[in-house]
Design a protein around this ligand. Structure first.
Ligand SMILES: NC(=O)c1ccc[n+]([C@@H]2O[C@H](COP(=O)([O-])OP(=O)(O)OC[C@H]3O[C@@H](n4cnc5c(N)ncnc54)[C@H](O)[C@@H]3O)[C@@H](O)[C@H]2O)c1
Length: 282
């Protein structure tokens, strides 16, 4: 098994990619700290991990709150004595309804979205790093987004924060390499998770949107699943990547291969949705 005896903290792991990553790590022998905003939801996933035969604790903490983050790190150290792997996964666009272009963005929304998607991962990393430095070992994985490098809709705060994640990855990798701490990022393409609840409710409309995106934007012609991100995360968390740091892995169905102009216009879709005529744009 690739992660035997290791301990991983995965933020936002009650749902979606975080849950997929945590489960995949557990299958490889890893013990887990399951973090999310809801203790009940985190407990459910911690229970799944235990039923896979691994140890797990659930910790309720908002990654944008430095006190809660520090308490989470202390809870992890108390339970396991170390943190080998940190996956900075929590993030998203809740409450934005897809808005965020130069005509409609507000500075309050900017602060909130940048807090969640850039400052939060920074706070968690700064809290966990002393633990990794003490052990002279660590694998840190950040989750960015295709929108950071090739947006197909203008969401200024989210995409800027996710681009900042890439800068954080590269600078930290450079700084921490002598301490045997590896830092890499995954750039996911569209993945079917609760992330999309902030944009379109689950159901036929979401299916239509996904099939349009898959057909027009993804060379592999499908929407990703959490397991598609868990594979690259396992590589970056394990000794398979012991000569890899400061790297950015696109797990996006080949998306970076497409020219920008080939993308599906999700902004038009969301506008049409507000006017009750989505079928005309998919
Ligand atoms: N799904 C996609 O298409 C997609 C594409 C590119 C990047 N991403 C990124 O991938 C990561 C995982 O997203 P996902 O698709 O699994 O989303 P998701 O909504 O299914 O899961 C995110 C989890 O993070 C938790 N969370 C949110 N805010 C938090 C906070 N302040 N503190 C702690 N936990 C918090 C949520 O409760 C949720 O359980 C996010 O960073 C997201 O921005 C998603």
């Amino acid at each position: 098994m690739l992660l035997n005896g290791k301990v991983a903290l995965v933020t936002g792991s009650a749902n979606g990619m975080g849950r997929g990553i945590a489960r995949r790590f557990a299958e490889e022998g890893c013990d887990l700290i399951i973090n999310d905003l809801s203790l009940d939801a985190a407990e459910r996933v911690a229970g799944e991990i235990r039923s896979l035969g691994r140890r797990a604790i659930a910790v309720k903490a908002d990654i944008t709150n430095s006190d809660e983050v520090e308490n989470m790190t202390q809870a992890a150290v108390k339970e396991f004595g170390k943190i080998d792997i940190l996956v900075n996964n929590a993030g998203g666009v809740p409450g934005t309804a897809g808005r965020g272009n130069s005509d409609n963005i507000t500075s309050e929304e900017w602060d909130r979205v940048v807090d969640l998607n850039l400052t939060g991962p920074f706070l968690v990393t700064m809290s966990v790093l002393p633990v990794m430095k003490r052990n002279n070992y660590g694998k840190i994985i950040f989750i960015s987004s295709m929108g950071a490098v090739s947006p197909c809709v203008s969401v200024l705060h989210y995409h800027t924060a996710k681009a900042g994640i890439l800068g954080l990855t590269i600078n930290l990798a450079f700084e921490l390499a002598p301490q045997n701490i590896y830092v890499n990022a995954i750039v996911p393409g569209p993945v079917d998770t609760t992330f999309w609840n902030a944009l379109v409710p689950a159901g036929p409309e979401r299916e239509a949107l996904f099939s349009a995106i898959a057909k027009k934007e993804v060379p592999l012609e499908r929407i990703g699943r959490p397991e598609d991100i868990a594979g690259p995360a396992l590589f970056l968390a394990s000794q398979l990547s012991d000569f890899v740091t400061g790297q950015i892995i696109y797990a996006a169905g080949g998306q970076p291969l497409l020219a920008h102009g080939a993308t599906f216009n999700i902004e038009a879709f969301l506008m049409a949705r507000a006017q009750g005529r989505t079928q005309s744009v998919v």
